[in-house]
Design a protein around this ligand. Structure first.
Ligand code: ZN
Length: 213
């Protein structure tokens, strides 16, 4: 399924315990949602993807992404709601984010910049049980840097869609980044990214750090 239209991009922070710990964050009592502008989305096709090169460190966060196929109503199961899945990178300006956190400012500048929501092409969603049997991983320059499994989430996919659907709404062509496992780190100019679902490569690209001036 090629990406045509995205209505909303929802993301969840701190949804894997080891990742919350590596950034010295508390584990939240309820899912911590934020959103990105749709302009931040870009689909991988082996291309070079430009990221900010003059705003401090850019971190990669590999994540499992759900595509929503219809309007959420309470009681709906994820299998009825989701019609696709992909892997994505929630690129984050980590130094900017630390400053925003200190000031209590919104995260837009750290999480919502152009190309900050990288997505592989979507594949059919075959059910949560099948997905629990498959690890996703991120390789940079051929070395595995992150590996996760959706069964390790603090708030599982059903809890995420229930929370999001109830508080913010979920509808056709919304997507949901479900949080990153441990192993996030800094991007270096020219890094080659490979996102894998089990042994299948879903997407590849090269990161280009570029000054905005
Ligand atoms: Zn994230």
């Amino acid at each position: 399924m090629r990406l045509t239209v995205i209505n909303n991009i929802f993301c969840v922070g701190r949804n894997y315990a080891l990742h919350a710990k590596e950034l010295n964050n508390d584990i939240p009592g309820s899912p911590m949602f934020f959103s990105k502008p749709t302009h931040s989305a870009v689909e991988t096709n082996g291309q070079a993807i430009t990221l900010p090169g003059d705003s401090g460190s850019v971190h990669y966060e590999a994540e499992w992404v759900i595509h929503i196929g219809r309007t959420y109503t309470p009681g709906m199961q994820i299998g009825e709601l989701a019609n696709g899945m992909a892997l994505g990178i929630d690129f984050t300006l980590r130094d900017v984010q630390s400053e925003l956190k200190k000031k209590g400012y919104p995260w837009l500048a750290a999480k919502g910049f152009l190309n900050s929501a990288v997505l592989t092409p979507f594949i059919p969603f075959t059910g949560i049980e099948v997905c629990r049997q498959t690890d996703f991983s991120l390789l940079i320059n051929g070395n595995e840097v992150q590996r996760g499994n959706i069964s390790q989430m603090l708030f599982d996919p059903q809890a995420l869609i229930d929370y999001c659907g109830t508080h913010y709404g979920l509808g056709k062509n919304d997507i949901l980044f479900t949080g990153t496992p441990a192993g996030v780190g800094k991007v270096t100019n020219g890094d080659q990214f490979t996102l894998k679902w089990g042994s299948d490569v879903l997407g590849e690209f090269t990161a280009m750090l570029k000054s905005s001036k």
